[in-house]
Design a protein around this ligand. Structure first.
Ligand code: NAD
Length: 547
């Protein structure tokens, strides 16, 4: 006898989530030694096969692409299959076959599966996830730690938010019983994830799955090593075969095949703005074939500003700029990449900021002293190198520190600060997704107009930081910059949103602002059905006014 769902007599409560706290990884500490041993094990294992996982089956790799360590590109860590239409179609078929049972499973069972996933990340797989994130995505101990913790947080908080949705029910009146059936979407969801966060890679396929959807997941080629671990966690936690299917390879091909299916019910994308626009266009072109309008969720690029008022604390500002701009090589969508500093404060800040930036150690992320690892690939290094060349040729720009790229061993880009006298310069408006901070100095009395300048200089609206102790100045900034960012930080860096506290997302060119880590994000994967049950059906078809 198979029991798909054992309804128990009771309404269990989902545990109250708490944020995972970051461990220190001081040299010689238990946690550092444990992760270094895991790193050695990953390296010793040689080139790992990172196959597609379709309907629970690991398929032979066939033609493959290499997966390497960005800070040591001669070190091949794995290989992934190249994308094929056949694999994508097989993944769609597997998802649709799994849909009936998964969509009808009691939501409490799905909650249990993802609570188990949280604990697997936090115990059995923690060191391996740390090691694969550090090696494959070039993250330092601390950056990998906050990434892995965020994945734990996603699982723990999302299940609590799911409870909020499922227990949300309409009012009923005497003689009528109203029920909301929070159904999953009809069809499958395509999840396309970026290279820069293992947590996002795990969150995008699992959020729709938690709400009863079936998923085709295409991780970034650049995070394939850690995505393979995440997939094993899903399976071990109890996600049934076919519910989340992992397909590697070229995103365009995978997306085009998925977009050609009438059963495409939604796309959950995090990545660059240009790619998301292409995806939206593809959906528009195919609109007539779909059974339902596919839901499009896109969290995309940023050109995040830090603006300081003359009343700001210069040391707090320095820390925010260094951490916000250069941690993880500036490869966070929320990274600080342009700053507006008043002339009086700049006199005090300039030299310490240059000195601190020049002292940041760039190199192998497995060494404790490293603050800045390698950018993700040769294309990223070339993009930053080309920006530096452009800056060097312009009289409106001056490189204050950094400005060089070295690619012999790994794709290393020096943390770089560019001062510009052109507030509309390309370095103040374009996303470079690397360790490049541009600075514009404004006159102290120009606070209001500098806020408006900031607001109108780039197409993005993701994060923004305001540094001031003057309350009126803060209020003016909050008002002028209301539409400028989905997340505004006061006297803090613009990175580091914490699940359950600051939910993530931006509008304008930065995405659909569906607020990852909030109930709004889960709601996108639900298609409600109201059920009205009449306990006293009318027996007379006439109305009193008829006489
Ligand atoms: P990317 O756009 O290159 O890739 C993202 C995913 O889309 C990958 O899986 C990739 O293989 C796939 N893809 C690439 N080209 C595609 C195409 N033509 N059609 C369909 N899919 C395609 O982004 P990335 O380099 O992995 O990540 C960096 C970008 O992501 C930055 O712009 C950053 O700001 C953004 N990002 C945004 C957020 C956010 O929450 N707003 C978070 C992380 C990253």
């Amino acid at each position: 006898m198979t029991i798909a769902s054992a309804r128990i007599a009771g309404n269990p409560r989902v545990p109250e989530p708490v944020n995972e706290q970051a461990r220190g990884y001081a040299p010689g500490s238990v946690e550092a030694r444990s992760v270094l041993a895991a790193i050695d094990a990953v390296k010793a294992a040689g080139v790992r096969d990172l196959p597609n996982v379709i309907n629970g089956v690991r398929r032979p790799i066939g033609d493959s692409d290499p997966v390497v360590a960005p800070h040591e590109h001669a070190l091949q860590l794995g290989r992934i299959p190249v994308a094929s239409a056949e694999a994508v179609n097989a993944a769609i078929d597997a998802a649709l076959a799994a849909r009936h049972d998964w969509s009808r499973m009691d939501w409490q069972d799905r909650v249990a599966i993802f609570l188990r996933a949280a604990e697997l990340v936090n115990s059995k797989y923690r060191d391996e996830l740390m090691a694969t994130t550090m090696l494959g995505q070039s993250k330092t101990f601390h950056q990998a730690e906050i990434d892995v913790n965020e994945l734990v947080d996603f699982f723990r908080y999302n299940v609590k938010l799911a409870e909020q949705i499922y227990t949300g029910q309409p009012f009923s009146v005497t003689g009528v019983h109203n029920v909301m059936d929070h159904r999953p979407l009809e069809g499958f969801v395509l999840a396309l994830t970026p290279f820069n966060f293992t947590a996002i890679a795990g969150n995008l396929p699992s959020t729709p799955a938690l709400m009863g959807n079936v998923v085709v997941w295409k991780p970034s080629e650049k995070s394939a090593l850690s995505s393979d671990v995440v997939m094993r966690i899903f399976e071990e936690a109890g996600v049934p075969a076919g519910v989340i299917n992992l397909v590697h390879g070229d995103g365009k091909l995978v997306t085009e095949v998925a977009q050609a299916s009438e059963h495409l019910a939604g796309i959950s994308f995090t990545g660059s703005t240009a790619v998301f626009r292409d995806i939206w266009r593809g959906i528009a072109t195919n609109l007539d074939i779909y059974r339902s309008y596919p839901r499009l969720v896109g969290e995309t690029g940023g050109k995040n500003a830090v603006i300081a008022h003359p009343s700001a604390d210069p040391q707090a500002l320095l820390v925010a700029l260094v951490r916000g701009a250069f941690e993880y090589q500036g490869q966070k969508c929320s990274a600080a990449s342009r700053a507006y500093i008043p002339r009086s404060l700049w006199r005090e800040l300039r030299e310490p900021l240059i000195e601190t930036t020049a002292g940041l150690v760039v190199g192998d992320v497995t060494r404790h002293e490293t603050y800045v690892g390698a950018v993700i690939d040769d294309k990223a290094a070339d993009r930053l190198g080309a920006a530096f060349d452009r800056v060097k040729q312009s009289s409106d720009h001056e490189i204050l520190v950094g400005g060089s790229v070295s690619t012999d061993k790994g794709w290393f880009v020096e943390p770089t600060i560019v001062e510009t006298t052109d507030p509309r310069s390309f370095v103040m408006s374009e996303e470079f997704f690397g360790p490049l901070l541009s600075v514009y100095i404004y006159e102290d009395e120009d606070w209001d107009q500098t806020l408006r300048l900031l607001d109108t200089t780039s197409q993005y609206a993701l994060t923004c930081s305001v540094f001031a102790s003057d309350r009126i100045a803060i209020n003016t900034a909050l008002d002028v910059l209301r539409d400028n960012a989905g997340m505004t930080y006061i006297n803090d860096k613009p990175t580091g949103a914490t699940m359950g506290q600051q939910s993530f997302g931006g509008s304008r060119g930065s995405g659909t602002n569906d607020k990852t880590g909030s109930v709004l994000a889960l709601q996108r994967w639900v298609s409600g059905r109201f059920i009205k049950e009449n306990m006293t059906p009318d027996l007379d078809w006439t109305y009193p006014y008829m006489g």
